[in-house]
Design a protein around this ligand. Structure first.
Ligand code: B12
Length: 457
């Protein structure tokens, strides 16, 4: 497998990633900060970096005239104090516990050591910095181009996304924030915020629940729509958040994959019209891949105790970097009850043979989008025959460039034309149509809609 070309694959959620990395590396100085206490002050020498384990930290700064600007409210897994820490000198902002908060405290020596010896930690820090730069860029854009009311709506949507819990009344922002806090976030004064919040309440956008605000469903988009929006904005972080919500909300993974395939096609049409560069098409693809991988994690958690229906090895053939269809297929197979080993994209012939020898799967699924790399599927089948591994495994081929006739010609067992039919197709190959342990909601697709083509292998 060509590890260096797995674009968009292996993308991890930074927050989860940083916490588990620190725990794995034995960084153990955990401080407890009571609500309202200060982690670091503007102007103090920047000696520590913090990572929130539990709670919320408000990051703000004060102007010489005493005006406060809040940049962000950071929760679990977020790195706090990093920009100034990296540059040395003094903290540019104030970090204050908004609720009782536990945070890992990293000294400069520990940080230097982690940077020098732990590449995953470096990646997580870079990712976190990228997120912060994007957040600041959005704030600059909002302050430059849009009015206070729109800024208020944007910040409420962002808070709902980052700190919201879905309830029957809408998305409840789990923060006891005051009008003054919101004013500091959008660079407005408190009375203007109060006026607009009342307006939003009268319009039915907002309601109060104790000290928390609730955004009503009428003004929040459906999770799937939000996921599509995030992909089109190449916003991997938001896409991951919405991907998790979509699956937690009980959406059928088949429908979600179809909606995402639609987004890929929209991006492709924009590319064909010349409205989108190849680089941007790729960014959309990378965002989709990371969202699908998040869904995979969620689906795996949901079906942890379920008995497996069979094992599958899947990959895109050598020379071909198209991974979306393949990742969708593996996600749906996981949701359908199969254990899937995903080899990634541009997998060499030897990579496939080695994986079949090692995992002894019931099924091998190979994907190919490029006419130029189509012959690789035949080469893999021939290599499996030579290695005496062909008889033990059913082979399915699919992806844009593959056709039914081609599949028959190269001695595959089946051709998969759509991702939606894959679960039934693989179950059919393994003679498992009757199995009732599969979650019907995950796979509400009748077997007639699949193309199972048995051929003499
Ligand atoms: C996104 C994309 C890319 C991205 C891929 C990013 C990624 N991480 O995957 C990037 C920008 C990197 C890219 C690069 C290239 N691409 Co491209 N790409 C596409 C595009 C727009 C979408 C493919 C996709 O993922 N669709 C999403 C899937 C889910 O939808 P779908 O294709 O409709 O899939 C359905 C079925 O095929 C099936 N299915 C899909 N996969 C699988 C797998 C299995 C196993 C099964 C059973 C079923 C199945 O399920 C889906 C429906 O239910 C297509 C055009 C298009 N609209 O299809 C071109 C396309 C595939 N690319 C093409 C080309 C030529 C290239 C480049 C050579 C361009 C270049 N000049 O550099 C490079 C090649 C790079 C390489 N070495 O692989 C051509 C291929 C032509 C051909 N027949 O050879 C296409 C068709 C565009 C075109 N019209 O010319 N590409």
């Amino acid at each position: 497998m060509a590890d260096g070309v797995r674009m968009g694959e292996g993308v991890q959620r930074t927050e989860v990633c940083v916490l588990s990395l620190l725990e794995a590396y034995g960084v153990s100085k955990l401080n407890r900060y009571r609500k309202g206490s200060v982690l670091y002050r503007q102007g103090d020498p920047a000696r520590f970096l913090f990572v929130v384990k539990r709670g919320k930290v408000k990051i703000s700064s004060i102007s010489p005239e005493g005006k406060m600007k809040t940049y962000a409210i950071l929760g679990e897994g977020h790195i706090v104090g990093d920009v100034t820490f990296l540059l040395g000198g003094e903290y540019e902002s104030l970090g204050e516990a908004l609720v009782n908060t536990d945070a890992y405290v990293i000294t400069r020596a520990e940080f230097e050591h982690l940077l020098a010896h732990r590449p995953p930690f470096c990646r997580a820090v870079i990712h976190d910095l990228g997120d912060k730069v994007r957040l600041l860029a959005r704030q600059v854009r909002d302050l430059t181009f849009i009015d206070v009311r729109q800024r208020l709506e944007n910040v409420l949507l962002r808070l709902a996304d980052e700190h919201g819990v879905d309830t029957e009344q809408g998305t409840r922002i789990e923060l006891a924030i005051t009008h003054q806090d919101i004013a500091e976030m959008i660079a407005a004064n408190r009375s203007t915020v109060t006026t607009y919040l009342n307006e939003l309440r009268r319009e039915g956008f907002l309601r109060k629940d104790g000290r928390c605000l609730v955004l009503t469903p009428s003004r929040t988009m459906s999770a799937l729509e939000s996921l599509k929006e995030a992909v089109l904005a190449y916003d991997s972080r938001m896409a991951a958040t919405w991907a998790r919500k979509v699956i937690r909300g009980g959406s059928n993974p088949v429908r979600v994959m179809e909606a995402l395939a639609e987004v890929v096609n929209q991006a492709d049409e924009a590319y064909a019209r010349g409205d989108l560069s190849l680089a941007d098409a790729n960014r959309a693809a990378v965002t989709i891949q990371s969202a699908i991988l998040v869904m995979q994690d969620e689906i795996r958690i949901r079906r942890r105790e379920r008995e497996t229906l069979g094992t599958v090895v899947i990959g895109t053939v050598s020379g071909d970097l198209h991974g979306i269809g393949k990742t969708m297929v593996s996600t749906l197979l996981i949701s359908g009850g199969f254990d899937v080993t995903d080899l990634g994209v541009s997998v060499s012939i030897e990579g496939f043979v080695e994986a079949i020898g090692k995992h002894k799967p019931d099924v091998l699924v190979m994907s190919s989008y490029l006419t130029t790399s189509l012959s690789e599927q035949k080469k893999v089948i021939d290599a499996l025959k030579r290695a005496n591994l062909r008889h033990g495994v059913k082979i399915v081929v699919g992806g844009g460039a593959t056709t039914e006739d081609f599949a028959a010609g190269i001695g595959a067992d089946a051709y998969g034309s759509t991702t939606r039919g894959m679960i039934w197709l693989v179950k059919g190959l393994l003679g498992k149509y009757e199995d009732s342990s599969v979650d019907a909601r995950s796979i509400a697709i009748p077997p007639e809609q699949t193309q199972v083509r048995q051929s003499a292998a």
